[in-house]
Design a protein around this ligand. Structure first.
Ligand SMILES: NC(=O)c1ccc[n+]([C@@H]2O[C@H](COP(=O)([O-])OP(=O)(O)OC[C@H]3O[C@@H](n4cnc5c(N)ncnc54)[C@H](OP(=O)(O)O)[C@@H]3O)[C@@H](O)[C@H]2O)c1
Length: 283
């Protein structure tokens, strides 16, 4: 298939390229070649005649989105509308990568695919607008919600490893819950999903969930730095511009039950990622 990937140079995008490049023809424009916030992008995508689009591009800096909500809405909401209009004109399917943050975090069990979103911060609102546009304008779509992604060069895992080299104690929140999820596992899941026209909403997260505090402790334990004390703090003590959903864990029910697509436990995925990090890089 001829697949156009937006955000192909981001964390999830790079994993998608690795998972799909041997079996598909990939179009992977840089942001300066295909800026989704401009309406001209509709025609630019149509010209390239993809047979499927994976829309992974987004403004993912949640705190910056909180400071500039209109810009978040422009890139993540209207930007998605531009991509959607191109797919509508071409009559091709779209995969929209969305987020656990569309939920308000007041649940007492992991969110299922058909639970009601209620975004509580500007980033989440802009991503939910993207979901609305996809659902309203397309018939052939996969909405794939993911969470707490690691696998790229900058994420929570590397931050914890780096801070452990600099400090003997870290303070990490214990009342924000989510699913640490390995970007290559998301990409493999999407690669299997697009083999079939099983359109709808999916939660592709690694199995299990934890607090940020538990995640940090597992990272340090796996890198042999359990000596670093991880002090639990509350979200209310950690000053930042965005407010995350406190209980933002997702449950993969639909892909696992209907299609047999289940991602490995997050602890196993973390072990794989840390092993990759410790490998010498190619020259
Ligand atoms: N990271 C997470 O923990 C997480 C959690 C839940 C959901 N998600 C969702 O997963 C998807 C991928 O996230 P990620 O972690 O891979 O993010 P990322 O590493 O920040 O990558 C985002 C990509 O989007 C591109 N982009 C940003 N603005 C753009 C624009 N106006 N036009 C075209 N491209 C633009 C970026 O290009 P530049 O590098 O040039 O800016 C980058 O390549 C996003 O849709 C995000 O909402 C992520």
């Amino acid at each position: 298939m001829r697949i156009l990937i937006t955000g192909a140079h981001g964390q999830v995008g790079q994993a998608l390229v690795a998972a799909l490049q041997d079996t598909h023809t990939l179009l992977r424009p840089q942001r300066n070649e295909l800026d989704i916030s401009h309406s001209t992008v509709v025609g630019r995508i149509i010209e390239q005649a993809p047979e499927l689009v994976i829309h992974s591009a987004a403004w993912t800096n949640v705190d910056a989105c909180a400071r500039e909500p209109d810009q978040a809405l422009l890139i993540n909401g209207l930007g998605t509308k531009h991509v959607v209009l191109a797919c509508q004109a071409l009559d091709i399917p779209l995969v929209y990568v969305s987020t656990n943050e569309v939920f308000d975090g007041s649940a007492t069990r992991p969110y299922l695919e058909y639970d009601q979103p209620r975004p509580i911060n500007p980033y989440a609102y802009s991503k939910w607008v993207g979901e609305q546009v996809v659902q309203q304008l397309l018939r052939k779509f996969y909405i794939v919600r993911v969470a707490w992604v690691f696998g790229g060069p900058r994420n929570f895992v590397q931050t914890m490893v780096r801070l452990a080299q600099e400090r003997s104690e870290l303070a990490v929140v214990d009342d924000e819950i989510g699913n640490p999820t390995f970007a290559p596992d998301i990409a493999e899941g999407i690669a299997r999903l697009i083999e079939q026209p099983a359109y709808g909403t999916y939660h592709l997260v690694n199995d299990g969930h934890c607090s940020r505090h538990e995640f940090a402790r597992e990272i340090l334990q796996q890198v042999g730095r359990s000596d670093v004390h991880v002090r639990p703090i509350k979200l209310a003590e950690y000053k930042r511009d965005s407010t995350p959903p406190p209980f933002g864990a997702l449950r993969n029910f639909v892909a696992a039950t209907d299609l047999g697509i289940q991602l490995q436990p997050w602890q196993t995925a973390l072990r794989t990622f840390l092993a990759q990090l410790s490998q010498p890089h190619d020259a």
